[in-house]
Write a protein that binds this ligand. Structure first.
Ligand code: ZN
Ligand code: ZN
Length: 244
């Protein structure tokens, strides 16, 4: 089956379900759709210019001071939005409810952003949860967006390419250095999936980018040719992360 037909059927299936269970917007709670027009128009984006590598808003073009001090392992990180309502509400919902239709609606918007980046990626790999967290939640919320994004963009999806080899504590409340130490060596990639490939590494939220950098390191160690990183949103210094 062609990718576009698969994607059409996937979206059609969710559209049909909406007739049976009228949807509520994941951003504002209004009935009518999963991700309403109003919320779509209210998505805040990072202010240009952004750092060439980590994508954070900077006072001037080039590299931000953090990337000048220590280069992340991924080639480039870009985030579709700033961690504010309504995206913040929608991601919170995905984390605690397996709302696949909301993930699909967000992915539709995110795919336009991704296409515009024109990255030569061949494979989408989500940042994995630890075993314990996966058992508790039953699903990886990143895949709720990454899978339909892969379908929309016509890129292979490899949810099993990365795994956590040790449990890490939550990054909330840790300094940048502590975050890096917390996730260092925490991931392993399967060479059979990523060897020689250009990977699009994906997560829901990035803060310092430490987790993505650690994942990129594992992907390169397993033979990935290149690693680009994408997140649905970007938490800035003033955001209180424990409310995600
Ligand atoms: Zn809404
Ligand atoms: Zn930077």
């Amino acid at each position: 089956m062609s990718t576009s037909l698969a994607y059409f059927l996937y979206r059609f299936a969710w559209g049909s379900l909406d007739l049976i269970f009228p949807p509520i917007c994941g951003g504002c709670g209004q009935p009518g759709s999963r991700w309403c027009q109003d919320c779509q128009s209210k998505v805040q984006h990072l202010v240009e210019p952004v750092c060439d590598i980590c994508g954070i808003s900077a006072s001037e073009a080039g590299l931000c001071s953090a990337c000048q001090r220590a280069r992340p392992r991924y080639r480039i990180l870009r985030s579709w939005s700033v961690f504010e309502a309504p995206v913040r509400n929608a991601l919170h919902k995905l984390k605690y409810r397996r709302d696949m239709a909301l993930g699909d609606a967000l992915a539709a918007q995110l795919s336009e952003f991704t296409m515009d980046l024109k990255w030569p990626v061949e494979l989408i790999v989500p940042v994995p949860l630890g075993k314990k967290r996966l058992e508790e939640r039953g699903y990886n919320q990143v895949s709720l967006i990454a899978r339909p994004l892969a379908l929309a963009a016509g890129i292979s999806f490899a949810p099993d390419a990365l795994r956590r080899v040790r449990e890490t504590r939550s990054q909330v409340g840790l300094t940048k250095t502590e975050r890096r130490a917390n996730v260092s060596g925490a991931f392993e990639a399967r060479g059979t999936r990523v060897n020689g490939r250009i990977v699009l590494l994906m997560d829901d939220v990035a803060t310092t980018g430490a987790t993505l950098s650690s994942c990129a390191e594992a992907l390169y160690a397993a033979g990935a040719r290149d690693v680009f990183a994408l997140t649905a949103t970007r938490a800035l210094a003033h955001h209180v992360l424990n409310s995600v």
